[in-house]
Design a protein around this ligand. Structure first.
Ligand code: NDP
Length: 328
């Protein structure tokens, strides 16, 4: 049998963690034949709650769960990590300025990047879920100089999945017929879900739906503001869907995109599509065996160009702000 894979999860006692951990232990992260050891990282005041979650994980007697350890410091939490899911973050609270948000998160993601650099496994792959995810990933990556930049990713898969679901609803086609969806830019309200390159049963989705008003006034804002709509309806933020998207992101990274299809991942830009090199921006990518490549040569019409540029501008502003704060 295979050696267990070490999976570090930060914010393990939180809402997303509560949906995520049980599915990791059930095999939904890496596949049904790969045992996992969970390394739960929490801030000291949440360790007790994490212990409670670990008790429940024990009580499931998951065949693939080879062990659970709980840590309150990144040095130990990331030691030997093959996969790191950075869920814990400092959320924006009322009245908080962007600078405060970025500096609070810098205080979390800088030491985590350093700990990954110092002690994670050579093959470590990192997914940042905690917001502002793109810039948090940028901070972590910039403090891990010995880890290839391509190992640091930010989650836009929930936005991607939301776009797939909206396209399926509008067209009446099942989600399995929706492909080639792209989220461009930042995981924020400026993100751009691209219908023009998407496909429904192999046909161009924008032409198939042929409803520009829906695209501009319904599709894009529904995808971009879905999180707020869920808070409004449910009274708390989306957690199970965020956890499910995190599993999809990592599973696809290792198991690959289907022939002819792609997925969306926040990755360190190589300058493709005019996104300045070094920004962590969402792109269309194909994946295979834990590696990815940006899909090249897609047509970007004027409408798309303006939306992508606006989101990338926001990313550049966030990068400049964390640079000024000395966080990168
Ligand atoms: P959640 O588990 O609900 O959320 C965690 C992070 O994920 C937040 O940054 C949140 O950003 C982000 N997120 C939430 N929903 C989505 C979504 N739909 N799509 C993408 N991202 C999303 O938060 P909790 O407060 O329940 O739990 C956080 C836990 O993290 C706590 O237990 C806390 O102790 C821990 N923590 C651990 C740290 C560490 O290990 N060093 C550091 C900081 C916190 P947002 O809600 O702003 O959108």
């Amino acid at each position: 049998t295979r050696n267990p894979v070490n999976v570090t999860v930060t914010g393990a006692a939180g809402q997303i963690g509560y949906s995520l951990l049980f599915r990791i232990a059930a095999g939904d992260l890496l596949g049904p034949d790969i045992p996992v050891k969970l390394r739960l990282l929490e801030i000291p005041q949440a360790v007790k709650a994490a212990e409670g979650v670990a008790m429940e994980l024990d009580d499931c007697a998951f065949p693939l769960l080879a062990g659970i350890d709980i840590f309150d410091n990144p040095g130990d939490g990331f030691a030997g990590a093959n996969v790191a899911l950075l869920v814990g973050a400092r959320p924006r609270t009322a009245g908080m300025e962007r600078g405060d948000l970025l500096s609070a998160n810098g205080g979390i993601f800088k030491p985590q990047g350093e700990a990954i650099n110092a002690g994670a496994a050579d093959d470590v792959r990192v997914l940042v879920v905690g917001n502002p995810a793109n810039t948090n990933a940028l901070i972590a990556a910039s403090h891990a100089p010995d880890v290839p930049k391509s190992r640091f990713t930010a989650m836009t898969r929930l936005d991607h999945n939301r776009a797939v679901a909206q396209i399926a609803k509008k067209s009446g086609a099942p989600v399995t017929e929706i492909g080639n969806v792209t989220i461009w830019g930042n995981h924020s309200a400026t993100q751009y879900p691209d219908l023009y390159n998407a496909r429904i049963s192999g046909k161009n989705a924008a032409e198939y739906i042929n409803d520009q008003a829906w695209l501009e006034n319904s599709f894009i804002p529904t995808v971009a503001k879905r999180g707020a709509a869920i808070i409004e309806a449910r009274g708390s933020s989306s957690a199970a869907s965020a956890a499910s998207a995190a599993l999809d992101h990592v599973f696809t990274w290792f198991h690959g995109t289907a022939e002819g299809d792609w997925t969306s991942m926040g990755i360190v830009s190589d300058g493709s599509y005019g996104v300045p090199e070094g920004l962590v921006s969402s792109f269309p990518v194909t994946t295979r065996d834990g590696n990815f490549e940006i899909v090249q040569g897609l047509e970007i019409n004027e409408f798309s160009r303006a939306r992508i540029d606006a989101s990338v501008k926001e990313l550049a502003d966030e990068r400049d702000a964390v640079r000024e704060l000395g966080l990168i």
